[in-house]
Design a protein around this ligand. Structure first.
Ligand SMILES: O=P(O)(O)O[C@H]1O[C@H](CO)[C@@H](O)[C@H]1O
Ligand SMILES: O=c1cc[nH]c(=O)[nH]1
Length: 235
């Protein structure tokens, strides 16, 4: 047990999918895992462990933002020995040609969070995905015919900016989309020598202002889950 997870030692698999939304964790467990067992109830941040194509896998909600998600990622790595951590989340598109419901594989993650300024001072650390996971996820997504983009994303501490157009600073440098956790995940993976990837589905669009519903965000977007599971388990 750790401070924020009440799973027993050994109850969480080495491979963990990480949605922000604990209800998406429940949906993933009920839809994709065989014999899922609820391994965490602390704070209602549901986590489940079961099997997928015969291999043990867990799914753990992380909450929204780098601060919340780094608590879960830290405990999963240091207290439960997790080694493959794949975030499955929603994101807002920064680019006209990255459409709602497209898949984005986060090769790297910029951030406006202070986490790495605290660590590295005036020097910059570049949080990046594990290359093997990224390559497998890309191949799987392309084979399945999903519209898929690979590149840089933004992990922001702020969902509602005072200046809506501030995203253009990042868009002008080719950043594909915004979410709120990947830079923290990639930084912790690097620190602890484990593998991490972020697979995103575009849920809304900052250029066109198109949106999806909360129900769609919670219950659909299954393509990214299957890409993440198959990439993580080496299918
Ligand atoms: O869909 P999830 O995984 O929660 O991810 C995105 O959605 C939340 C904001 O609505 C943030 O957590 C952001 O990163
Ligand atoms: O962080 C996020 C997630 C989805 N959509 C956004 O605009 N921002």
């Amino acid at each position: 047990m750790s401070i924020h997870l009440n799973a027993e030692p050994g109850q969480i698999a080495e491979t963990v999918l990480l949605p922000g939304d604990p209800l998406r964790a429940k949906h993933i467990a009920e839809t994709f895992l065989t014999d899922p067992v609820l391994h965490n109830t602390v704070r209602g941040m549901h986590g489940y462990t079961g099997t997928y194509k015969g291999k043990r896998v867990s799914v753990q909600g992380t909450g929204m933002g780098i601060a919340s998600s780094m608590i879960y990622v830290s405990e999963l790595i240091t207290q439960y020995g997790c080694k493959n951590l794949i975030r499955v989340g929603t994101a807002g598109s920064y680019q006209a040609d990255v459409h709602v419901r497209d898949i984005v594989l986060a090769q790297a993650a910029c951030t406006d969070s202070n986490i790495n300024n605290i660590r590295f001072g005036a020097k910059n650390f570049a949080p990046i995905a594990d290359f093997d996971l990224l390559m497998r996820a890309y191949q799987i997504a392309r084979e399945r015919g999903h519209a898929t983009h690979v590149g840089n994303i933004m992990s922001s501490d702020t969902f509602y900016h005072d200046d809506f157009d501030q995203y253009k600073i990042w868009a002008d440098f080719g950043v594909l989309a915004v979410e709120m956790e990947a830079a923290g995940l990639y930084t912790l993976a690097a620190k602890h020598g484990v593998k991490a990837l972020t697979v995103l589905t575009i849920s809304d669009h900052l250029v066109t202002r198109e949106e999806t519903t909360a129900e769609e965000r919670q219950l659909t977007f299954n393509a990214m889950i299957e890409i993440a599971l198959d990439a993580a388990l080496g299918e």
